[in-house]
Design a protein around this ligand. Structure first.
Ligand code: NZQ
Ligand code: ZN
Length: 386
């Protein structure tokens, strides 16, 4: 096991009707900016419940944040924060709204001219404007981590930022929100969380028995509840397990003391930036190609995954490892998710070259757990995903 430090300061408040606890979590006298997305919270009642719970606070709203939040679209919110002298933010939404709020948290205290530099120059945020979240869709884990992903329509980029200043102060997780989610978003959430675990697990054996079993436990639970939440989002037991899995998949715990990969996400973000494909679907497109390409170096973990998560006991190590890859694709497909780029984009022939050349330009020359996956490798992997 590798050395590590672990600190996750986000307070999680989990369960039915927990929005009622909101006011007790926000500093007294705070002037609150409530951020939200394109309007789902107005249809499912979450907007009203939050406003009700915020009675007594001065609240300014910034709605309309789209999926895959975009830098220029967030600049008016930044002006609002300064003009209104906002002291606390409350993100009510999914990964997109929470990530947008993290960007605002960092940018509000940033003294450079162009806040995009926080992303372009990989500036870590040590301190941000404090914020909490009310999660409306389980998927990204953003409610309990310090990362954020922001797009830029001018450069067609989607880049990450982070730092210890960007953990939410608290996150309210009420699994009842799943009831109002369209099937497509439930499938996305399952796929995103599953791939988060894979990115932190499918590397090489590192003698971290507990981390492996945490990861396998999350994947097994997602596999178990997936058909139930897809069939009946009112199934609270399945929904609560689904939601907790998503948080645990990316709150920092399972990556401690182990090597991590994250190449699928790096490549996937490009597919969203280029074609607007849902984040989770980009991961489903790339996962099996990535594992086939890196087979020799990942086969021990692939075989362990096949055996422990999918119950494959027959065959050699290589045979089991291969079944592990097939099972992963089949799992995503069982959620109605296509696993090839050609199912989403008709004009895809240059995609691999374009992504590889973007990585070269940015100096991203060594991805993956060995930090040696170069743009040529990336080109081949993306091509395999056509
Ligand atoms: O905008 P509204 O109208 O609210 O609709 C949203 C949106 O269209 C809808 N939705 C959310 N909650 C709902 C609901 N519809 C009905 N009922 C509800 N209760 O769902 C749609 C998708 O929302 P979004 O927030 O975009 O989804 P998700 O949570 O999957 O977030 C995706 C974003 O997070 C980033 C992704 O790249 C993408 O930009 N990620 C963030 C990560 C992080 N910060 O740790 C890690 C991830 O790997 C990921 O990259
Ligand atoms: Zn993800």
């Amino acid at each position: 096991m590798q050395n590590f430090e672990f600190k996750n300061p986000t307070k999680v408040i989990f369960g039915k009707d927990q929005i009622n606890k909101l006011s007790g979590e926000i500093p007294e006298g705070a002037k609150v900016l409530m951020t939200y997305g394109g309007g789902s919270i107005k249809k499912n009642g979450i907007y009203q419940s939050v406003l009700e719970a915020l009675k007594g606070f001065e609240v300014v709203e910034f709605g309309g944040i789209p999926a895959n939040p975009e830098y220029h679209g967030l600049l008016p919110a930044l002006e609002l924060i300064k003009k209104e002298r906002i002291t606390f933010m409350l993100a009510v939404g999914g990964g997109s709204v929470i990530d947008a709020t993290k960007f605002l948290s960092s940018a509000a205290l940033y003294d450079g001219n162009e806040p995009w530099d926080i992303l372009a120059s990989k500036i870590r945020t040590e301190k941000g404007l404090p914020f909490g979240t009310v999660l409306t869709i389980p998927a990204t884990g953003s409610e309990s981590n310090s990362g954020s992903v922001i797009s830029n329509k001018e450069t067609k980029e989607k880049l990450s930022m982070g730092g210890p200043g960007l953990f939410p102060q608290f996150s309210i997780l009420d699994p009842s929100v799943i009831k109002s989610l369209p099937e497509r978003q439930i499938a996305n959430g399952l796929t995103d969380a599953f791939t988060h675990v894979l990115e932190q697990y499918m590397t090489y054996p590192a003698g971290a028995y507990l981390q492996d079993r945490f990861a396998e436990g999350i994947m097994q639970t997602l596999i178990e509840v997936a058909p139930r939440v897809m069939k009946d989002p009112n199934d609270y037991e399945a929904a609560s397990n689904f939601m907790w899995c998503c948080t645990m998949a990316l709150n920092g715990l399972i990556q401690k003391g182990v090597p991590t990969d994250w190449a699928i996400h790096a490549m996937g973000h490009e597919l969203t930036a280029l074609y607007g494909i849902d984040h989770a679907r980009t991961l489903a497109i790339l996962a099996s190609s990535h594992y086939k390409y890196g087979f020799e170096r990942k086969k021990e973990k692939l075989a362990q995954y096949a055996e422990r998560v999918w119950g494959i006991t027959e065959g050699t190590l290589e045979e089991k490892a291969k079944v592990g890859i097939t099972k992963t694709d089949e799992f995503f497909q069982s959620l109605g998710i296509d696993t090839k780029l050609s199912a989403y984009v008709s004009d895809y022939e240059n995609t691999a070259k374009e992504i590889a050349s973007r990585f070269s330009e940015r100096g991203w020359l060594g991805l993956g757990e060995h930090k040696d996956l170069n743009p040529e490798d990336v080109e081949k992997i993306v091509e395999m995903a056509y």
